[in-house]
Each structure stands twice: as structure tokens, then as C-alpha cells.
Design a protein around this ligand. Structure first.
Ligand code: AP5
Ligand code: MG
Length: 217
């Protein structure tokens, strides 16, 4: 049976980094609700303005909107053999919706918690930079680009800082995670579907552990 891999982790835990690797190497599409919403927020309509304001404030976007996004995206042909959800579900209501969706699509859910302590999360988020062309992630503390503030793959393209990566916004996002998303760990644990990975390890090691979990099923 094909699988929906759910990556659960606080801001900066490495969900996007690992989801990109899984997509590249295991050919399971990465579905990042954060990225999809950031792209949607660039339009010039009232909904875009609403999303932009919520994301910039570090608050969650309403469940019904995110649920619609995931329903549409997972229904596409490329998700036939499964997908990796990066940043969804984030509330118990979203988790309930995912149960329904997985049952309809005859897919199993595997949830993986990426455990990273607070001090590291702060550096991971405030130090993050990304390429506006290819989305490659860098970090001024842990993975600096070869040449100052430009992408290794796209010479001359200046890396960008996410609007919600200031110290102040990161604090709000971490609080939102504790209140809204951490309860999901218990939720998946109780049904025996939670695996845990030490997200502080080097990214390749984290990936190897994830790959094993995905292949074991
Ligand atoms: P989203 O975009 O999902 O942000 P987030 O959850 O805050 O997580 P991040 O993207 O900050 O961290 P990450 O875990 O992906 O880490 P990364 O791999 O980049 O959501 C943003 C907003 O969108 C939300 O606040 C909300 O408004 C809205 N939203 C999204 N989904 C929603 C939902 N389901 N419901 C409602 N609202 C929703 O890594 C971070 C840094 O660390 C990088 O610099 C990277 O290079 C580095 N790094 C990664 N791994 C390692 C490692 N092993 N060692 C050293 N450095 C590493
Ligand atoms: Mg991310």
C-alpha cells in the first residue's frame, strides 16, 4: 500500500530540508503547505492578503483553507504512490481530515517527529537563507553558501530571508507549535504510527534514518 509520510517538527526542525531529499531520492512528491501558501500569498486578491498577514505574524492559516489545499494537491497523479507532507497536519482537526483522505485514497499514514531542542531551532530559523530561484536552503551558521549570500547553484542570485524568520516571529511560531501541533505527537503515538528521529544530527544521517523508516513501512 502506498504511504503518506507526515513530517512533524517545530519551525526549523528540518522538515523542508528532509522533504526535498525524499522527493529527489525516493521520488515521493514534497507537499509543503508553507511553500504553497507563501506562493498563494503573492497574488493580488483579499485572500492573498489574509494569508500573507497570518504567515508574517507566525499564526496558523484557517484549517478549512489548508485542508482544501492538501485535498487538491494530493489528488494529483504524481501522488499515486504516496507523498511527503511537510507542515501538514498541524492541528487535530487537520489530522482528522487526513485520516479521511488517506482512507479514501487507500494510503497508510506514517508520522515522523523530527526532535530538535529550542536553542538549535532559533539558530536554524534566524540563520536560514534560501535561493529564490531553486528553493535550495542554506544557513549562515550550519550551511553557509560558498560565496557570500548567493546561491551555489545559481551564481549571482542573492539569497533571501523569510518574512517570518525574525527572532520575534520565531518566538510566536514556536509557541503556536507547542499549543497547536505538539498534541499531534500523542495522537499518532497512541495509534502506533509515530516514529522519532533525532533532528539535531547531520542532515545526511537524519535522511538515512528517514529512508529506513519509509522503506520499512
Ligand atoms: P512552514 O513554511 O511550514 O514553516 P515552519 O513549520 O515554521 O517550518 P520551517 O519551514 O521554518 O522549518 P523546517 O522544519 O522546514 O526547517 P528547514 O528544513 O527549512 O509554515 C509557515 C507558515 O505557513 C505557518 O506559520 C503558517 O502561517 C502557515 N502554514 C503552513 N502550514 C500550515 C498548516 N498546515 N496549517 C495552518 N497554517 C499553515 O531547516 C531550517 C534551517 O536549518 C535551514 O537553514 C537548514 O539549512 C538548516 N538545517 C536543516 N536540517 C539541518 C541539520 N540536520 N543540521 C544543520 N542544519 C540543518
Ligand atoms: Mg519548511
Amino acid at each position: 500500500m502506498s504511504k503518506i509520510i507526515v513530517l512533524i517538527g517545530a519551525p526549523g526542525a528540518g522538515k523542508g530540508t528532509q522533504a526535498r531529499l525524499i522527493q529527489e531520492r525516493l521520488k515521493l512528491p514534497q507537499i509543503s503547505t508553507g511553500d504553497i501558501l507563501r506562493a498563494r500569498a503573492e497574488a493580488a486578491d483579499p485572500l492573498a492578503g489574509e494569508i500573507r498577514a497570518l504567515q508574517a505574524a507566525g499564526k496558523l492559516v484557517p484549517d478549512d483553507l489548508v485542508i482544501r489545499v492538501v485535498q487538491e494537491r494530493t489528488a494529483r497523479e504524481d501522488c499515486r504512490d504516496g507523498c511527503v507532507l511537510d507542515g501538514f497536519p498541524r492541528t487535530l482537526a487537520q489530522a482528522a481530515m487526513l485520516e479521511q483522505l488517506a482512507a479514501d485514497q487507500r494510503k497508510d499514514i506514517i508520522a515522523v517527529a523530527l526532535d530538535v531542542p529550542f536553542e538549535v531551532l532559533e539558530k536554524r530559523t534566524t540563520g536560514r537563507r534560501s535561493c529564490p530561484v531553486c528553493g535550495e536552503l542554506y544557513n549562515i551558521y550550519f550551511k553557509p553558501p560558498k560565496s557570500d549570500e548567493t546561491c551555489d547553484r545559481h551564481r549571482g542570485v542573492k539569497l533571501v530571508i523569510r518574512a517570518d524568520d525574525s527572532e520575534e516571529k520565531v518566538r510566536v511560531r514556536l509557541k503556536t507549535y507547542e499549543q497547536e501541533t505538539r498534541p499531534l505527537l500523542d495522537y499518532y503515538e497512541k495509534s502506533g504510527r509515530l516514529r522519532r528521529v533525532d533532528g539535531t544530527k547531520e542532515r545526511e544521517i537524519v535522511y538515512q534514518e528517514l529512508e529506513e523508516i519509509i522503506k520499512e513501512g
